[in-house]
Unconditional design. Structure first.
Length: 206
């Protein structure tokens, strides 16, 4: 499965998670970002076009070499400098409080230890900075949850360790950040079966 995860999943992810409507949700997740931004799961750079003018630099954490290569054209078109600073969001070689904000889209579902990655966000983002997230996860509908638990093992095998049954808002709160706001449900651009497309969009204060 390592070959599948490295050579297929990044291409599938890029194709499935782009588009105008989903871009609207990405833009909402990016709204309010400024200064130096840490991005967990940079992927193929789909958030770059949605960054506000106040963003001065991006520190990208991206485990996939293919995903990073796929982001090159978008990085070339962007006015914001992007530096790949790590492969694993659970351990980033950067100074404490060296970023003003953090961004995470469709990534908390996949990181093996999401709480460890969120602890790194708290270390790397200055006090009072913000964490912005756009994720899919556990539904509030009991019937949908049943299917999410049934499908979760297959989702993990086929989509590089992606979980259907994580609650991003609860993870953020458990990490010690102050959850400011969160919107749950079928967000703009989230298309497909209900177990796969229950969304979370929110911000928290570090």
């Amino acid at each position: 499965m390592a070959w599948w995860t490295e050579h297929v999943v990044p291409r599938v992810t890029d194709a499935a998670l782009r588009g105008r409507e989903l871009g609207e949700s990405r833009a909402r997740a990016c709204a309010g970002l400024s200064g130096r931004v840490l991005e967990l799961g940079f992927g193929s750079g789909l958030n770059l076009r949605h960054l506000p003018a106040g963003v001065t630099a991006v520190g990208a954490v991206e485990p996939s070499d293919l995903g990073w290569r796929m982001s090159q054209p978008r990085r070339d078109r962007s006015d914001v400098p992007v530096e790949r600073i790590g492969l694993d969001g659970r351990l980033v070689e950067a100074d404490d409080a060296s970023y003003d904000a953090a961004l995470c889209t469709f990534t908390l579902c996949t990181i093996p230890d999401a709480l460890a990655a969120l602890a790194e966000v708290r270390r790397l983002v200055r006090s009072g900075g913000t964490f912005h997230f756009l994720e899919h996860g556990l539904s509030d509908d009991p019937r949908t949850r049943v299917w999410q638990h049934r499908l979760d093992p297959w989702q993990q095998r086929l989509v590089g360790g992606c979980h259907l049954v994580r609650d991003p808002a609860s993870l953020v709160r458990e990490s010690g950040m102050g959850l400011d706001e969160v919107e749950r449900g079928r967000l703009a651009g989230f298309r497909g079966p209900a177990p796969l497309t229950y969304g979370y969009l929110g911000t928290a204060t570090v």
